[in-house]
Design a protein around this ligand. Structure first.
Ligand code: SAM
Ligand code: SF4
Length: 328
């Protein structure tokens, strides 16, 4: 599948729930309201959509949310999608998780063809972690990751760069990942959800954020490519692969290969745009033909780029959805 800017689209992110057991400050408000259950696609509907998208060229699916592993009976969906990995139709099934239930879910992931996962940790200080996530328990997350690793999952830690909050931990985080043989990806905070305050105050470009690390260690750009937007670097002294995700300081829209579907069946062609195509009714009433034709329409409508720079300083322009709705 190609969009109207000639970009090859082969990566689908599925947000399986907008709910979460954490309330990360930069992701969603403390008193978030969640979608009514009647709006949410059931697993048969998600599987049907995934099947059509794979048919048209999607090669990689990432489950996200909200917290994907808190949706009831998520094992069912993981098994349904895992079949496409086993049959070779899909190159990869993976997920982004806050890690809080990995002690329970790692085995089912491994059994269904998931090879690697991203786990979000912004601080290794239990109190700060609790504060940023508004209640998360760091020890449960760290133990869950150990279980996942023991069972054979490759781990990448996602750390959002938060100005004045976690830059002092970048060296500790790099050491932690190096010791445990986890990858590390750093992410610039994006202005999603126009009621989250202090966006501008939170933002720090990764060049600046990584300075404490690069002052001590040599960091070499490498050619490694995952299917996401990270630019990879290698720190030889730590044997650490470091991904830098810089939506603001170094725009990567030119290489965007992604589509995102929300838990209520809206397909967003860009994280930074409110433009969507509703697949819920198509899947409920129109069947596969309607899904196929909407997908062609979506490809034509995929925006060229996001406008996070402008939205960062002007809340009235920013995308109204919070990150837990679209998924990261
Ligand atoms: N709950 C899971 C988790 O936290 O990993 C999956 C969903 S979460 C929305 C996916 C990723 O988006 C996480 O790594 C999170 O830190 C990141 N994220 C959330 N809000 C963000 C924002 N405003 N800017 C940049 N990254 C954000
Ligand atoms: Fe939940 Fe993930 Fe958002 Fe944190 S970043 S509130 S864990 S969805």
């Amino acid at each position: 599948m190609f969009d109207s800017f000639g970009r090859k689209i082969e990566y689908l992110r599925i947000s399986v729930t907008d709910r979460c057991n954490f309330r990360c400050q930069y992701c969603m408000p403390e008193n978030s309201k969640f979608m009514a259950k009647s709006k949410v696609l059931d697993y048969t509907e998600i599987s049907l959509l995934a099947d059509r998208f794979i048919h048209h060229g999607i090669k990689k699916i990432r489950l996200t949310g909200g917290e994907p592993l808190v949706r009831r009976d998520i094992d069912i969906l993981i098994a349904q999608l895992g079949k496409h990995v086993k049959s070779g139709r899909l190159d990869e099934l993976t997920l982004t998780t806050n890690g809080s239930t990995l002690h329970k879910h790692s085995l089912i992931l491994v059994q269904n063809g998931v090879k690697r996962i991203n786990v979000s940790i912004d601080s290794l200080n239990p109190n700060k972690f609790k504060q940023i996530t508004r209640g998360g328990d760091l020890n449960i997350v760290l133990e869950g990751i150990k279980t996942a690793k023991k069972l054979g999952l490759e781990i990448k830690i996602n750390m959002v760069a938060l100005k004045g909050q976690n830059q002092d931990e970048i060296i500790d985080m790099a050491h932690y990942c190096s010791e445990h043989d986890y990858g590390l990806s750093l992410i610039e905070t994006m202005p999603l959800g126009n009621d989250i305050l202090r966006r501008e105050d939170n933002y720090i470009a990764l060049d600046t954020f990584t300075a404490p690390l690069t002052n001590i260690y040599d960091m070499e750009a490498i050619n490694y490519k995952s299917s996401g937007p990270a630019q990879y670097h290698y720190i030889k002294d730590l044997n650490l692969r470091l991904g830098l995700i810089t939506p603001l300081s170094k725009n990567f829209c030119n290489d965007c290969n992604r589509l995102r579907i929300t838990t209520d069946g809206k397909l967003y062609m860009c994280l930074g745009s409110d433009l969507y195509i509703d697949f819920k009714e198509a899947i409920r009433q129109g069947g596969t033909k309607k899904v196929d034709s909407l997908l062609q329409k979506a490809l034509k409508l995929k925006p060229e780029k996001h406008y996070f720079e402008e939205q960062m300083t002007d809340n009235s322009q920013s995308v109204s959805r919070h990150m837990n709705v679209t998924g990261g």
